[in-house]
Design a protein around this ligand. Structure first.
Ligand code: 13P
Ligand code: ZN
Length: 271
């Protein structure tokens, strides 16, 4: 039996949390990640299910997630510490057959449990799996310029998307479907989870005004790359705010979409 601590899953999450902390996005316990791991891979490390303890979810997980395995960052845990001690800062859980309980297979060594944002994570996983069966990662973080930009704009998907696309030529190519925007809400609740998941039906990115961002993907790289591109673009937007002379013209955005063969969100650019 292989040691889960040495798995590519634990390694990837440890490395990306370390990277995100170094970007300055994840102060204190800010940010959380959940990674859906297919049972065939879990079995390489755990030939059969032996649970350490059960953790109540506090909501009912979607039917599609029952008996699924997730590697999840722990609540109150610091991203900067994951790489030093993955087994205390991460946990591998299996959602039970009723969708009410997470069975712990590995991790949370010091008695911890899943992120307080687990409702938003699981609801987002369920929403994205309906769009793309290969989606595996939900990532939440607090990137500074993205939060600044959200504070400076109306909470509107089209306006936020347009400002990003008009500030950096990479933006429309990386997220042609745009970005969803939620107003400031109380985090850690089922309500913000439901609102996030609703946006995830259309987008792989959702901005939480005054708080941070969610990104999803088939891989850690895809989710991180989406967030990284938004944050870089938001930095460009915020630094040049009030001084812009050369905004990306609409026809260049349309030309980029044509060149890269991406279908852009309608109604953002005049066609
Ligand atoms: P957790 O420590 O519960 O993961 O919360 C961090 C966070 O970013 C809340 O939105
Ligand atoms: Zn947060």
């Amino acid at each position: 039996m292989k040691n889960f601590l040495e798995s590519c899953f634990v390694k990837e999450v440890s490395e990306i949390t370390n990277n995100m902390y170094r970007q300055g996005w994840d102060e204190r316990n800010g940010g959380n990640i959940s990674y859906l791991i297919d049972e065939e891979y879990v079995r390489e490390y755990f030939p059969k299910d032996v649970f350490l303890r059960d953790i109540e979810l506090g909501f009912t997980a979607d039917e599609s997630l029952k008996n699924k395995y997730f590697l999840v960052t722990g609540t109150g845990k610091y991203f900067k510490n994951v790489i030093k001690d993955p087994e205390s800062n991460l946990g591998l859980v299996k959602i039970d057959n009723n969708g009410h309980v997470a069975h712990l297979l590995w991790g949370y060594k010091d008695g911890g449990k899943m992120t307080s944002e687990f409702p938003a994570h699981l609801m987002s996983h369920a929403a994205r799996l309906k769009v793309n069966q290969k989606n595996r990662v939900v990532m939440h973080t607090h990137p500074t310029y993205t939060i600044c930009m959200g504070a400076c704009l109306p909470t509107d998907d089209v306006i936020f998307t347009r400002k990003l696309w008009k500030s950096n030529t990479e933006a429309v190519v990386v997220f042609p479907e745009g970005i969803g925007v939620l107003p400031c809400m109380i985090c850690g609740t089922n309500e913000i989870g439901e609102a996030t998941a609703k946006k995830m039906e259309e987008y792989r990115l959702v901005s939480w005004t005054n708080h941070g961002i969610y990104g999803v993907g088939e891989t850690i790289d895809e989710a991180f790359g989406l967030i990284e591109t938004v944050e870089k673009t938001a930095q460009i937007y915020m630094i040049s705010l009030g001084h812009v002379v050369n905004e990306i013209p609409d026809e260049v955005i349309l030309g980029l979409a044509k060149l890269w063969i991406v279908k852009i969100k309608p109604g953002v650019i005049d066609e």
